[in-house]
Ligand binder design. Sequence first.
Ligand code: HEM
Length: 187
Amino acid sequence: MYGMVNKSVQELVTINFGVDKWEAIKKKAGVTVEAFISNESYPDAMTYGLIGAATEVLGMSADEILFAFGEFWVLNTARKDYGDLLSSAGRNMPEFLDYLPTFHTRVALIFPHLKPPRFETSDRQDDRITMHYFSHRPGLSVFVRGLFSGVAKLYDTPAQITQTKFKDKGADHDEFLVCWGDAIKKQ
Ligand code: HEM
């Protein structure tokens, strides 16, 4: 994955737990890179290794870290470093979710070696949408739930995000129901 992803993990850890914890995580993961370069590619195994080491050093579960990283990615990294790109994708949360299937095509204009996730939408109503997530990368569904939660917070829209299909339990992809407005009360 591009260095910006590892860099964002680094920021999440240093802001919330301090630089010593980050150094300990890097050491445990066997990562010797001094400073990640945002637009350079690094092996996916390095990112997975850092997340794995973070669970041990911080005493948190992988799910807790992946969810927090999803929110952090949207609310800190994307908002701070790619704000224009992010805000051009929708004026509100429903518009952003409608647009998500094509979003990474635009990201790929800046990062040509991107191996993006694939999103599809269905059952769009005034107060809900079903989001389908496809990836060749395993184990990231909780990260995606954190990303959706971050998008909801970005637009100040109270939302309920429920995973309704699980690839790691045999479904052919992960599926999420995102509800807002009246649909939250009806659940
Ligand atoms: C300006 C905002 C964003 C940028 C610049 C961006 C960029 C990236 C980059 C560089 C990667 C790593 C893939 C690679 O290096 O090959 C990635 C992965 C990913 N992105 Fe985005 N992204 C943004 C917003 C979002 C949002 C809002 C979502 C979903 C709500 C999302 C979902 C994902 C997922 C799930 C992955 C993991 C890759 C996979 O599943 O295979 N991204 N993105």
